[in-house]
Design a protein around this ligand. Structure first.
Ligand SMILES: Nc1ncnc2c1ncn2[C@@H]1O[C@H](COP(=O)(O)OP(=O)(O)O)[C@@H](O)[C@H]1O
Ligand SMILES: [Mg+2]
Length: 240
């Protein structure tokens, strides 16, 4: 569904994303972890076209989208949920998702309304469809961010730390939604909450100083000395 080939992004002399390659298939959830400043969000910006890369290519469902803008990639089925929800606060919950359904898969009329209802149902927001989006509490703002990502992202969804700031129970709700939406899409989820990724990720990739330093089975990656070292700051030599 999505393929990154040797993505590089620098700001001035600082390389923020360094030769990152990977691919994800339908039904898969690739978890991404890494310390603050590792380049995770910049990688998403490179994937969805928010920033132009210095080198590398992005393919969406086999098509090279490297030269397309963010909204063009969105129209081809690439959706994204932001860490800080980006909602049209003056519109209703329903209208927020409808806007995505009309822009992304370009549905109109009854088909657009039906798809919007189905997405709101998956996200657990159907009872609040007519509320002003600006009036939603945090968990529902996160649900709406997921619903908006679903409305556009018919093929691939990028999730940037959507579980941050939620209670354990609320994180569980988000995990259940991700399980449903990954069935017919590929999902990439940046998240610091390890157990959330362990519950749904089929693979975990680790970024450190812009480089991919691990990519594999979630349990193996999380238990690896490399991850312990990066997160706990213990060097392998010291530990030995
Ligand atoms: N527009 C920008 N201009 C300059 N530096 C940036 C810009 N965006 C991100 N950076 C830098 O790139 C690094 C990686 O940032 P980011 O991708 O946000 O990391 P993460 O999401 O892993 O915390 C940081 O050092 C950040 O300061
Ligand atoms: Mg980030």
């Amino acid at each position: 569904m999505l393929e990154a080939e040797g993505l590089c992004k620098s700001y001035g002399t600082k390389t923020v994303v360094d030769k990152v390659s990977f691919s994800v298939v339908q039904g898969e959830c690739l978890g991404i972890i890494g310390p603050n400043g590792a380049g995770k969000t910049t990688l998403f910006n490179a994937l969805d076209g928010t920033v132009s890369v210095n080198r590398g290519a992005v393919k969406l469902d086999g098509q090279d989208v490297s030269r397309l803008t963010q909204y063009e990639r969105a129209r081809l089925g690439l959706g994204r949920a932001y860490q800080v929800p980006r909602t049209f606060v003056g519109l209703s919950v329903f209208e927020n998702v409808l806007a995505g359904v009309m822009h992304g898969p370009r549905l109109r009329g009854a088909a657009a309304s039906a798809e919007t209802r189905a997405i709101l149902d998956t996200a657990g927001l159907l009872p609040k469809a007519n509320m002003p989006a600006g009036a939603l509490p945090l968990l529902d703002r996160k649900r709406l961010e997921l619903a908006k990502a679903m409305s556009v992202g018919t093929k691939v969804i990028l999730l940037d730390e959507i579980a941050g700031g939620l209670t354990e129970e609320e994180v569980h709700d988000i995990i259940e939604i991700v399980k449903v939406l990954k069935k017919d899409r590929a999902v990439i989820w940046i998240e610091h909450i390890a157990h959330a990724l362990m519950a749904v990720a089929t693979r975990i990739m680790v970024l450190n100083f812009g480089e991919k330093v691990a990519d594999g089975d979630p349990a193996e990656v999380m238990a690896s000395r490399l991850v312990q070292e990066i997160y706990l700051g213990i060097s392998i030599d010291d530990a030995a």
